[in-house]
Design a protein around this ligand. Structure first.
Ligand code: EPZ
Length: 422
């Protein structure tokens, strides 16, 4: 298994290109199942999760080809010869559940393995299933699989989500585009990835209003056509790399960065003493003066502070002046980076969903273990600022969501390398 070795090397300087969003691409790809015409995605990220979704779609009979070194995905599913999403693929990536709604809407039947939990929580899919039932789907859970049927096709309905769910909103939105009649999604997720999906579906001929608000209304159509759609910028990759000059000092320009994607996050950076300036090419980030100040964070659905940036923000707070309280309200077990940061000399106390971080003058490099995608990159950020060498093990987690992380950080002066079999 590969490891990444990071050595604290002082202030960073230069530019980091931001790629297309993993979490947008993972819902845009299943949208190809809604149409018999080709769907082309540009600005696609080159990540292992995208490869997993490609394998899943191909297992259903869709054709997926990668052009321009994987930055363009050309997909078509004119005829699906398999309607079973197998456990072996689904267990590797929860987003596989997003083939359920499109397959059911288009062909009236689908069998999808339940994804099972993951490191950060149980992550059930009950809200996905309830939404499809509200559109007339008949569901049966058997042997760890969801058997879904809609013999006469799905029909429009009202889906009132008890809690905000990104994935359930995406599954319901895609399914509703081909349902007979009007569907209203209430308490819908407002993430930019939902907006991006709606824009892509509209290009395919869907009739959708209200994406980005709590209520999305979809008028079903008989069929959808093909489209070409650019994947939206990855706001989590953007926020992650904005923290690199914040934790190390220096000045870094994030190419393609958009301030509207990271509003709440930038408010916290500003309060911590980090300056974010919009430029013609993206966002320029630097520290306003010396050490950053501690700030409190509560993770919430968009437009609140993103849970996917909580681990990375904790790394910054480990080096801040003062004490910060980070409350994780989205997932039940998303502080696994804390014990690893403590190995580096951080002062963190975790009680349930609340972590109290008291900043230290300098973290110390140490061997640490990546446990999930965002935890792994928070350890790299900590290593950038730490004294000495940090070895981050199990970096396969990183490959799921960060393209060329070593190259991008080396490009701004970080001392970082990837080694195998450590
Ligand atoms: C998406 O996961 C993202 N993944 C996650 O990013 C992100 O952390 C999450 O949204 C929240 O923003 C993708 O888009 C592929 P949810 P998702 O449904 O859709 C509970 C990363 O690091 N829930 O919004 O699975 C759930 O357990 C990943 O890139 C139910 O109870 O998240 C959680 O507590 C990690 N029942 C809360 O809702 C359901 O049916 C929010 O989950 C669905 C969710």
């Amino acid at each position: 298994m590969d490891s990444i070795i990071v050595t604290g090397n002082g202030p960073l300087k230069g530019q980091i290109p931001i790629t297309g969003a993993k979490n947008a691409c993972l819902t845009l790809m299943p949208a190809t199942l809604l149409s018999e015409e080709p769907l082309t995605l540009t600005n696609a990220p080159r990540l292992s999760d995208i490869k997993t979704m490609t394998t899943l779609l191909q297992s259903l009979g869709a054709e997926v080809s990668q052009l321009q070194d994987g930055q363009v995905l050309v997909m078509s599913s004119h005829a699906l010869d398999n309607h079973v999403a197998d456990y072996d693929i689904v267990r590797k990536m929860r987003a596989s559940i997003l083939v359920l709604g499109p397959m059911l809407a288009r062909d009236g039947h689908a069998v999808v393995s339940l994804p099972g939990g993951c490191a950060i929580g149980a992550r059930p899919v009950d809200l996905h299933l309830k939404a499809l039932e509200a559109m007339g789907a008949e569901l049966e859970l058997k042997d760890g699989y969801v058997h879904a049927r809609a013999p006469g096709g799905l029909r429009g309905g009202v889906v009132d989500f008890p809690i905000v769910s990104v994935g359930a909103t995406e599954n319901a939105l895609m399914a509703a585009t081909l349902a007979k009649g009007t569907t209203v999604l209430k308490n819908a997720a407002r993430e930019p990835e939902i907006v991006d999906l709606a824009q892509c579906l509209r290009r395919m001929g869907a009739q959708i209003e209200g994406e980005g608000t709590h209520t999305i209304t979809i008028q079903g159509v008989d069929r959808l056509g093909g489209a070409t759609h650019p994947v939206v910028t990855d706001r989590i990759e953007l926020g992650t790399y904005m923290l690199a000059p914040a934790i190390c000092g220096g000045e870094v320009e994030l190419l393609g960065g958009r301030i509207d994607l990271v509003g709440a996050f930038c408010e916290k950076l500003d309060a911590a003493g980090v300056s974010v300036e919009e430029t013609a090419k993206g966002l320029k980030v630097s520290r306003k003066n010396g050490r950053v100040r501690s700030v409190d964070v509560v993770t919430e659905p968009f437009p609140g502070f993103p849970t996917d940036l909580q681990a990375q923000m904790m790394a910054l707070m480990c080096t801040a002046e003062g004490t910060s309280v980070l409350e994780e309200r989205i997932f039940e077990n998303r502080f696994m980076h804390a014990p690893e940061l403590i190995r580096m000399g951080a002062n963190i106390e975790v009680h349930g969903g609340v972590a109290t971080v008291t900043g230290v003058d300098r973290l110390k490099g140490a061997p640490v273990m990546a446990t999930d995608l965002r935890a792994s990159v928070s350890l790299i950020l900590a290593g950038l600022a730490a004294e000495g060498e940090t070895i981050v093990n199990r970096v396969y987690h990183l490959d799921r969501g960060y393209e060329h992380v070593v190259r991008k950080l080396e490009g701004v002066g970080a001392k970082i390398e990837r080694v195998s079999d450590r």
